[in-house]
Ligand binder design. Structure first.
Ligand SMILES: CC(C)(COP(=O)(O)OP(=O)(O)OC[C@H]1O[C@@H](n2cnc3c(N)ncnc32)[C@H](O)[C@@H]1OP(=O)(O)O)[C@@H](O)C(=O)NCCC(=O)NCCS
Length: 152
């Protein structure tokens, strides 16, 4: 089922921090990119059900720094709508490429590749060396990070 949602640009202060931390649980990292990010939220019946944040990596490349759907609303197509909106926003902002970094397994990897993003780099041990909080998914600790991208 795909829920009717409204996605719009917003200020960083309008994004619920609890939702951002679902995707990226280290608060200082989130605060750092919020300060320079393009922020968007998805609403359903007046409630915020999803968020995403884009940040410039270069004049032609934006990075999707965070995308998250409220836990009770996941698996209903909202994430896919947000990701499509992010691709559209990136083009509108003048980018020719969108990148994202994610763990080397788990459903976000399927989620991104379904939208056409492809792996272009592997960062072995990234989460062990550079991420201050241990990240687990499906009972398995994330160690390596993948970088994915799509060119428009
Ligand atoms: C990743 C996320 C944004 C996807 O949003 P969503 O609204 O749940 O995604 P959708 O309903 O649009 O699902 C799209 C696809 O993602 C995958 N997917 C999403 N949730 C899944 C789950 N719980 N288990 C397995 N696959 C899942 C499936 O491939 C799904 O396709 P399908 O419905 O045909 O099986 C959401 O699960 C989320 O917020 N997760 C926590 C934060 C996070 O991990 N962010 C990404 C960090 S890299």
């Amino acid at each position: 089922m795909t829920r009717p949602i409204h996605i719009r640009a917003c200020s960083a202060a309008q994004l619920p921090m609890a939702l951002l931390l679902e995707a990226d649980p280290h608060l200082p990292y989130v605060q750092a990119y919020l300060a320079h990010g393009h922020c968007y939220l998805a609403e359903h019946d007046g409630a915020t059900v999803g968020v995403y944040v884009l940040q410039a990596r270069s004049p032609s490349t934006l990075e999707l720094m965070n995308i998250a759907v409220a836990p009770n609303c996941q698996g209903q197509g909202i994430g896919t709508q947000l990701l499509q909106h992010a691709l559209h926003s990136a083009r509108q902002l003048g980018a020719t490429r969108l990148e994202v970094a994610t763990g080397s397994f788990g459903h976000p990897l399927t989620f991104y590749q379904r939208a056409g993003l492809r792996v272009y780099a592997v960062e072995p041990d990234y989460f062990l060396l550079y991420y201050p909080v241990p990240l687990f998914e499906q009972g398995l600790q994330h160690k390596d990070r993948l970088r994915l991208a799509i060119d428009f």
